[in-house]
Design a protein around this ligand. Structure first.
Ligand code: ZN
Length: 333
């Protein structure tokens, strides 16, 4: 009798363990998480000059909620995932010297296949800047909002160190899970203490080099992001590294509060610094697009209305995201 009870308990435990590990694998990862991307786009609005802030504040909800559309599109569109990263370190010892900034020259040097395989984030960002500038020139408020929200997302990705390396989830160094740890778990744990007021948006003289510069700044951080976690994991008691947290009806295995605090302290608030830099870069690129489009008057663009077709498209995107699988690279798994 006793024996069979033990057996039941054991098999129950195994079931629980299996279920928990499945949940761990199933946890989606977003650059900056949904939470971070939305917060960043929202705060970028407050860097803008009065002529722009009137418009952006009126559409604050749109700018905030659509901050994650590009991540949703990874579930619906083949190749969208390539827009979110660049594994710059596959291009040799001094990859930023080796890589031409111009798309045609980059393709000529490394082939289009290679460039696309390892991500096209900087070129995608530049393309979206020109789309936004054109939308301002045309005073097309729907497109102004769409491209502003999209650019906010991609600039956010470009400020995450692990979006610039082939070892994007620590999978090559025995640190699987570090992607979501750095960009989601830390900001979700500490963002209430972050200072998100970053000053005023600035006009950028050279958009291309500005984009490459913040990607290079992100890449410089990769070594610390990985090394500090490695050192910490070696000295931290293994049984205290993870904890279990309820998320709705599910129980998730997450990095424990203590481990997250210790990692954040080692990083010396790097995550907050990268978030602040993101916010300023977004505001500055929006502002530059508007200035370079001739500073169109945004105070009178009329009501924002979406056609039935556009609403259907959005619904379809949400459906694919909710039920589908990422087409291409999933940073978290
Ligand atoms: Zn992304």
């Amino acid at each position: 009798m006793k024996k069979s009870t033990v057996k039941i308990v054991t098999s129950f435990s195994i079931t629980v363990i299996v279920a928990l590990s499945v949940l761990l694998i199933a946890e989606p990862a977003w650059a900056w998480g949904f939470f971070g991307h939305q917060r960043i786009n929202r705060m970028a609005v407050f860097t803008l000059p009065p002529e722009m802030i009137v418009f952006y504040k009126e559409h604050l909800e749109y700018i905030t909620s659509h901050a994650v559309d590009p991540d949703k599109r990874r579930y619906a569109i083949e190749g969208e995932d390539k827009n979110h990263y660049i594994d710059i370190d596959i291009y040799g010892k001094d990859p930023f010297d080796a890589m031409p900034r111009n798309w045609d020259e980059a393709v000529e040097k490394f082939t289009e296949d290679t460039i696309r395989t390892y991500g096209i984030l900087p070129w995608n960002l530049e393309k979206n800047y020109f789309r936004l500038k054109r939308a301002f020139e045309d005073k097309n408020q729907k497109l102004i909002l769409k491209y502003s929200a999209d650019i906010g997302h991609y600039i956010g990705d470009a400020h995450v160190p692990l979006h610039t390396t082939v070892n994007y989830n620590g999978q090559l160094s025995g640190q699987k899970g570090i992607h979501g740890f750095w960009e989601s778990r830390i900001p979700e744990s500490f963002a209430s203490d972050y200072d998100f007021f970053v000053g005023k948006a600035e006009h950028i003289k050279n958009i291309k080099s500005y984009i490459w510069d913040f990607i290079a700044e992100s890449h410089v951080c990769v070594d610390s992001v990985l090394t500090f976690e490695k050192i910490l994991s070696l000295k931290f008691p293994a049984d205290q590294k993870y904890a279990f947290e309820s998320r709705g009806v599910n129980t998730m295995r997450v990095y424990s509060k203590e481990y997250t605090e210790a990692y954040n302290a080692k990083l010396d608030n790097m995550v907050e610094r990268r978030m602040r830099a993101t916010i300023l870069s977004i505001g500055s690129i929006w502002y530059t697009a508007w200035v370079n489009a001739g500073q169109p008057d945004l105070s009178n663009l009329g009501d924002l209305e979406f056609s039935e077709e556009e609403l259907k498209e959005e619904e379809e995107l949400n459906k694919q995201y909710n039920s589908g699988k990422i087409k291409g690279r999933d940073h978290g798994n």
